[in-house]
Design a protein around this ligand. Structure first.
Ligand code: C2E
Ligand code: CA
Ligand code: CA
Length: 497
């Protein structure tokens, strides 16, 4: 059963990713053809430039003095041999061939050309002895022409193609002629296509690369593969994270439960001192997790998790068991004081804590000391009326309530009014502002003190670290001090001694 959830998570994430990535499929095929079209256009331009450069090396000619001597004929031959893209080269005028590079006789039926630069034209030649058309680059020299037949531009020579007759490359100028290359048997149904335009003073040309469905499918299949790979990897990763999170939660939960069972949650005690007499009037009971390996874990590492996962109730109960033990063992003959225990709103929603505390009080386990509860203003109390009913039962047993972290959270005024508390604890955040001039918080501490006084509450200042803060607070009528200035939280033995 436990494992099924991981399969479900995997399949769910996988399906969602697959659907999400599907859109990428077409996009990738389109990107490929965009890239190929650009490559082809670049290659084609380079091809023309290279060929033109070769033709520029040929000698000057004119009809009046023209002589197809051996010298020129072998020069034409060499050019064809050396130029990558020229397969035939001739000297022509008005469809007449005056000299040519090889013996395969070409008979020109017609030539259609298009000027591409000052001295050059691009054209299509129809041959009388063949049904094929040839692409030619023509150099104008005086009144004659060097006409070079360009090797057909097979798109598959330049870009990787795995499919048959699936790609077509078409070139057209703003007027005739149309020059088209491609597979002879290209089926002519474009599935994807991309157009690149080139402009020069002589022409505007469009180069269009089109792929049939086979071409599209070739990339589409690759991208499917990639998509499945990505989706699997992503789903695997999410499932792993989910697994880790589950493991962590389960083990954190279990570890705390085991900790409770082994009574590893122990109290540290931080004195609360009257700054006038320097006497300890009470203390805050602060939880620590003493692990089996001897390490001591501070509350910020486990309390938030425990509070969020319903574990704080058994932990507080376990803490109280320790507290009672400590008092009975070490605190019997110490001056009377209060022990302030932190609770959360959840403690007021059931009878559990009340029942335990009542049994302690009935058994007089605290002796001449008093138990006190602290509730933080940072957590909202859902039902104040219900909480008050519960609190009244504590008050009836002599257990009072302190408002912790006053000024930082939700309740403030309404908590004080509705919950019937005895004491307000000023948060360290405000104590820290003592000595600072004119900040908002600096004024807030005076307002909190004045509010506490007017509400008839006792005030405790928390997180007091310096004598100057003690002095300032005394001036404001606050004498009960909790903080490092007097002591850090201490283990039981040290505290009681
Ligand atoms: P808190 O209730 O506001 O407790 C006061 C915290 O301020 C304590 O931290 C204390 O050690 C620290 N503190 C006191 N004086 C000074 C000072 O002068 N300087 C500085 N820097 N810190 C000072 P601690 O013990 O680490 O506890 C942290 C929080 O964990 C507590 O804040 C409380 O919210 C929670 N916590 C501790 N024990 C329990 C518990 O048993 N139950 C619940 N629900 N929460 C607890
Ligand atoms: Ca507290
Ligand atoms: Ca506090």
């Amino acid at each position: 059963m436990g494992r099924i959830i991981y399969y479900v998570v995997f399949i769910l994430v996988f399906s969602i990713s697959l659907a999400g990535l599907k859109g990428l499929d077409h996009f990738i095929a389109k990107q490929v053809i965009v890239r190929d079209a650009q490559i082809l256009t670049d290659k084609f331009q380079r091809l023309l430039q290279d060929s033109a450069k070769k033709l520029d090396e040929l000698p000057d000619i004119s009809l009046a003095t023209f002589d197809c001597n051996d010298n020129l004929a072998s020069q034409l031959k060499r050019t064809v041999f050396e130029a990558n893209f020229i397969r035939w080269l001739g000297v022509t005028k008005n469809n007449v061939i005056y000299c040519e590079s090889n013996e395969i006789i070409r008979e020109i039926a017609s030539v259609k050309t298009h000027r591409v630069s000052q001295n050059y034209s691009l054209g299509v030649v129809e041959l009388s002895n063949s049904t094929h058309h040839e692409l030619v680059l023509v150099k104008h020299v005086n009144d004659m022409f060097y006409t070079a037949s360009i090797i057909p531009l097979e798109p598959s020579y330049f870009v990787p193609v795995d499919c048959d007759n699936c790609l077509e490359y078409k070139m057209s100028f703003d007027s005739d002629p149309f020059l088209t290359f491609g597979f002879d048997e290209y089926d002519g149904v474009n599935f994807v296509s991309e157009e690149v335009t080139l402009s020069s003073p002589y022409f505007n040309a469009k180069f269009e690369l089109s792929g049939s469905y086979d071409f599209y499918k070739q990339y589409s299949t690759i991208s499917w593969f990639v998509i499945i790979l990505i989706a699997s990897a992503f789903a695997g990763w999410v499932t792993y994270l989910y697994f880790r999170w589950q493991q962590h939660s389960i083990s954190a939960y279990r570890q705390i439960l085991i900790g409770v069972k082994k009574e590893e949650f122990i109290p540290y005690y931080q004195p609360i001192v009257d700054s006038r007499s320097k006497e300890v009037v009470g203390c805050e009971v602060l939880m620590r997790w003493q692990r089996a390996d001897g390490s001591l874990m501070p509350p910020n590492q486990f309390i938030p998790y425990a509070e969020a996962n319903g574990l704080i109730i058994p932990m507080t109960k376990s803490l109280l068991v320790h507290l009672v033990n400590d008092i009975q063992l070490l605190g019997q003959h110490k001056p009377a004081m209060f022990f302030s225990v932190n609770i959360v709103p959840e403690h007021l929603e059931s009878d559990e804590l009340l029942t335990l505390v009542k049994s302690y009080i009935d058994d007089k386990v605290f002796g001449h000391h008093r138990l006190s509860l602290e509730i933080t203003e940072r957590m909202p109390i859902k039902d104040l009326e219900k909480a008050r009913v519960m609190l009244d039962k504590f008050y009836a047993m002599g257990v009072d309530l302190k408002l912790d972290d006053a000024g930082t959270g939700y309740g403030g005024f309404s908590y004080v009014q509705k919950l019937g508390m005895s004491t307000l604890k000023i948060d360290k955040m405000f104590v820290d502002t003592i000595g600072q001039i004119d900040t908002f918080n600096a004024k807030t501490i005076d307002a909190i003190i004045s509010f506490s006084e007017k509400s008839g509450l006792t005030t405790i200042a928390e997180g007091v670290e310096h004598q100057s803060q003690v002095d300032y607070l005394a001036q404001q009528g606050v004498y009960l001090i909790q903080g490092y200035v007097y002591s850090k939280p201490l283990p039981a033995e040290q505290f009681f001694n």
